[in-house]
Design a protein around this ligand. Structure first.
Ligand code: IPM
Ligand code: MN
Length: 361
C-alpha cells in the first residue's frame, strides 16, 4: 500500500479547526482508495512565536523536506505585528522549499452564490498560475536617510529568465493537460499572460518574450493571449468565461487571486497549492486565520478541504481527488445555506463530516 508522509501545520486562529476537517476527509479518501497517510503535526505559528520568540525553529526546513507534502491552515496572529509570521513562516517555506508555483483555481461550484450578476459555474472556471518566488517578494530593497524628511524607500521587483522560464513551462504544461479543450469544455487550450508591458517595460518585456518564444517553439497548439493586469481585473468580473489558464508574476498573482476568490464564493472555498514540481509542495486555504471566529466551530472548512484535494491531485491520487471534488460540489449544491462563517447552517465539523461521508460512500 502506498504511504504518504504529510506534515500538518494548523497554524493560527481558525487554521487548526479547518485543517482538522481536511485531515478527516483525507483519512476517508485514504480508506476508500487504499492508500495510507502518516501525519505529523507541527505547532508553527503565532502562539509558538510568542512563547519562544522564533518563527520557525532551526532545522524546520530540513525537517519539511522529509515529507511528501505539507498541509497548512493559516498563519497570522492578532498579537503579532503583521509581516513577522507571514515572512518568517509562510514566505520562508515557499522560498526555502522553492515552491515556485502558486496554483490557484478560480472555480464556482454549484449552489454557491456568486456576487457577479449573470455568471455561474460555466463562466467562472479558470486557473491562475502565480509565480511564487520572485517579484517584489524577494525582499530586495532598502531605505536611505530613514526617518528624515528626505527618506527614500526602494523595493525592487526582481525576475530572472530562469524563474520566468520554469514558471512558464509549468503553466504551458498545465494548460496542455488541464486547459478547456483537455477538459472537454472548449475548442482550444489557452494560456494567457497577465502583465503590464505598458509600464513595467523591463520585467514584463522579459515575461512576454519568454512566453512567446516558449509557446511558439514547444506549445504551438496552445493558444496564447495577453492581458494587462488592470484590464484582467475588469474581465474577471465582466467576461470571466474568456479565461482558461492565466500565468503572472508574484505580486499581480497575489492581487488578482483575491478578486478571483470572491467571484468563486469567497475565502470559505478558495484554495491554493504552493508547488515545487520536483520537491515538497504545500497546500493551503487562501483565506487568513480569521481570529475572531476562533474556537466557535463556525468557520467554513471547505477551502482547507479543497486545498487537501489539490494535494491528492499533486501526489497522483487522481481518483481520490476527483471523489473529494465531487463530494464538495454535492455539499455546496445540496447542503450549505451559505459559504460564509456562521451562516452555513452547519458547524465546521458537521461540514467536514458530510464531505467525509460522501467520500466514503
Ligand atoms: C497569499 C497571502 C500572502 C502573500 C501573505 C500572507 C504573505 O496574501 O498567500 O496570497 O502575499 O502571498
Ligand atoms: Mn494574497
Amino acid at each position: 500500500m502506498k504511504t504518504y508522509k504529510i506534515a500538518v501545520l494548523g497554524g493560527d486562529g481558525t487554521g487548526p479547526e479547518v485543517t482538522a476537517e481536511a485531515v478527516k476527509v483525507m483519512d476517508a479518501a485514504a480508506a476508500k482508495f487504499k492508500f495510507k497517510v502518516e501525519k505529523t503535526s507541527f505547532d508553527f505559528g503565532g502562539e509558538r512565536y510568542k512563547r519562544t520568540g522564533e518563527t520557525l525553529p532551526d532545522g524546520a526546513i530540513e525537517e519539511m523536506k522529509k515529507f511528501d507534502a505539507i498541509l497548512l491552515g493559516a498563519v497570522g496572529h492578532p498579537d503579532v505585528k503583521p509581516g513577522i509570521l507571514e515572512k518568517g513562516i509562510l514566505l520562508k517555506m515557499r522560498f526555502a522549499l522553492d515552491q515556485y508555483i502558486n496554483l490557484r483555481p478560480v472555480r464556482l461550484f454549484p449552489g454557491v452564490e456568486c456576487p457577479v450578476k449573470g455568471k455561474g459555474p460555466a463562466e467562472i472556471d479558470y486557473v491562475i498560475v502565480r509565480e511564487n518566488t520572485g517579484d517584489a517578494y524577494t525582499g530586495t530593497g532598502g531605505f536611505t536617510m530613514k526617518g528624515t524628511p528626505n527618506e527614500v524607500a526602494v523595493q525592487s521587483a526582481v525576475y530572472s529568465r530562469f524563474q520566468v522560464d520554469r514558471c512558464l513551462k509549468y503553466a504551458f504544461e498545465y494548460a496542455k493537460k488541464n486547459g478547456k479543450k483537455a477538459r472537454g469544455k472548449g475548442k482550444e487550450n489557452t494560456l494567457a499572460l497577465v502583465g503590464k508591458t505598458n509600464v513595467l517595460t523591463y520585467i514584463y518585456d522579459l515575461w512576454e518574450r519568454a512566453f512567446h518564444e516558449m509557446g511558439q517553439k514547444y506549445y504551438p497548439d496552445i493558444r496564447r493571449d495577453y492581458y494587462h493586469v488592470d484590464a484582467t481585473c475588469m474581465w474577471m468580473i465582466k467576461n470571466p468565461e474568456w479565461f482558461d489558464v492565466l500565468v503572472t508574476g508574484n505580486m499581480f498573482g497575489d492581487i488578482i487571486t483575491d478578486l478571483g476568490a470572491i467571484t468563486q464564493g469567497g475565502m470559505g472555498i478558495a484554495a491554493g497549492g504552493n508547488i515545487n514540481p520536483q520537491g515538497v509542495s504545500m497546500f493551503e486555504p487562501i483565506g487568513g486565520s480569521a481570529p475572531k471566529y476562533t474556537g466557535q466551530g463556525v468557520i467554513n472548512p471547505l477551502a482547507a478541504i479543497c486545498a487537501m484535494q489539490m494535494m491528492l491531485e499533486t501526489l497522483g491520487e487522481d481518483k481520490a481527488a476527483a471523489k473529494v471534488e465531487e463530494a464538495v460540489k454535492f455539499i455546496t449544491a445540496n447542503k450549505l445555506k451559505s459559504l460564509a462563517a456562521g451562516k452555513m447552517g452547519y458547524s465546521t465539523s458537521q461540514v467536514g463530516d458530510m464531505v467525509a461521508q460522501k467520500v466514503a460512500d
